[in-house]
Design a protein around this ligand. Structure first.
Ligand code: HEM
Length: 113
């Protein structure tokens, strides 16, 4: 199970890189859009995050329920913005900023809580 957990954690970081990378590369662009990388990153975070919780619950590892609960709520908001925006030619700077900002909020929750 350790190898599966390690693999899920690695993919969890790949999902984070994809979501945040799709945001960061547009820093200087006049028009902002929801990149495919952001969509796939959000879904990867959801699948790997839930898998990590499941693996921890199945073993004897402790799960910080408040932490994962907070991250899940934030990710649901990110995913909603990504799903609405991905079909559009462009999104407002506010929507783009909210996706990146909320992703950073989840990194802070992961590190601090
Ligand atoms: C944008 C969304 C997310 C980001 C940026 C993110 C970020 C991170 C980071 C940086 C870590 C490594 C640091 C740590 O161990 O705490 C981590 C670990 C973890 N994340 Fe997330 N996360 C996200 C979403 C989620 C969601 C939705 C869940 C569960 C529903 C989740 C569950 C976990 C678990 C269980 C770990 C600990 C792995 C372990 O040490 O065994 N994450 N996450």
């Amino acid at each position: 199970m350790d190898i599966v957990r390690d693999l899920m954690l690695v993919l969890h970081f790949v999902g984070l890189a994809s979501l945040l990378g799709g945001f960061l590369v547009q820093m200087k662009s006049r028009t902002k859009r929801v990149e495919a990388a952001m969509f796939h990153g959000a879904l990867t975070q959801l699948v790997t995050g839930l898998a990590l919780v499941g693996i921890a619950e199945a073993g004897d590892a402790d799960v910080n329920h408040m932490k994962v609960g907070l991250k899940l709520v934030v990710l649901v908001a990110i995913t909603a913005l990504v799903l609405v925006g991905r079909r559009k030619e462009s999104v407002s700077t506010g929507v783009w900023g909210a996706i990146g900002g909320l992703t950073l909020v989840n990194v802070v929750i992961a590190v601090v809580v």
